[in-house]
Design a protein around this ligand. Structure first.
Ligand code: GRF
Length: 206
């Protein structure tokens, strides 16, 4: 067991349902962690609203607040360091993580993707797109992938995957709903394994 609750920094851009699942798991006493900061590039996002409702500290960092990419990267890193974040969780965060943040948090930044990477990932494959791609390919299964973040979209080493069967009558939307439920479970489970020491931090890659 960790000697103190694992300090998590969350970055999110949209609805924030993955972040909410983590908040709920902490509240239920099943995850020995604390979300110490929520950063969003979108101050109108559902994620920001959910964070505020949960009483979590929020910071808006975007190309409006920081037009220059390098200063945005530095601001994100400095905010996370200032609150003592140990693990960074991307929960529907639509921007690339810059080199300063990647270096400071090497093998400590997780992302979740709603497909079985390396398939159906990469630039432009966000939102409903990965599910459209799975159906267009005629795949019989999809799933959720938790992976470490590197400089490329949806690319770093895979930490855990969970499969979801594709049904004959699935639309991209029905598949998205089923995969999202699985995401909520698998993401919290991986984070719980980090919090209880089963997965060491920084995460070792093969
Ligand atoms: C999820 O499907 C996640 O895999 C992807 O973006 C979506 C975010 O959903 N990266 P939410 O904001 O957590 O509800």
């Amino acid at each position: 067991m960790a000697v103190h609750p694992l300090r998590i920094g969350v970055l999110a851009s949209h609805g924030g349902s993955n972040m909410q699942a983590i908040i709920d798991r902490i509240a239920a006493g099943k995850l020995d962690a604390r979300i110490v900061l929520v950063i969003s590039n979108n101050s109108q996002s559902g994620a920001f609203e959910k964070a505020k409702r949960a009483g979590l500290p929020t910071v808006h960092i975007s190309d409006v607040t920081h037009p220059d990419e390098a200063s945005r990267d530095k601001a994100i890193r400095d905010q996370l360091v200032a609150v003592g974040a140990e693990l960074i969780v991307l929960a529907g965060y639509m921007k690339k993580i810059g080199p300063l943040t990647l270096e400071r948090y090497a093998n400590r930044i997780l992302n979740i993707h709603p497909a079985l990477l390396p398939k159906h990932g990469g630039r432009g494959l966000y939102g409903i797109k990965p599910h459209e791609s799975v159906l267009a390919a005629g795949d019989t299964e999809s799933g959720a992938t938790v992976h470490l973040v590197d400089p490329q979209y949806d690319h770093g080493p895979i930490v855990r995957q969970r499969r979801v069967r594709v049904m004959k009558d699935d639309t991209p939307e029905t598949l998205q709903q089923r995969v999202l439920k699985v995401e909520h479970g698998i993401y919290s489970e991986v984070i719980a394994d980090i919090a209880n020491g089963k997965i060491p931090l920084p995460i070792k890659v093969a």
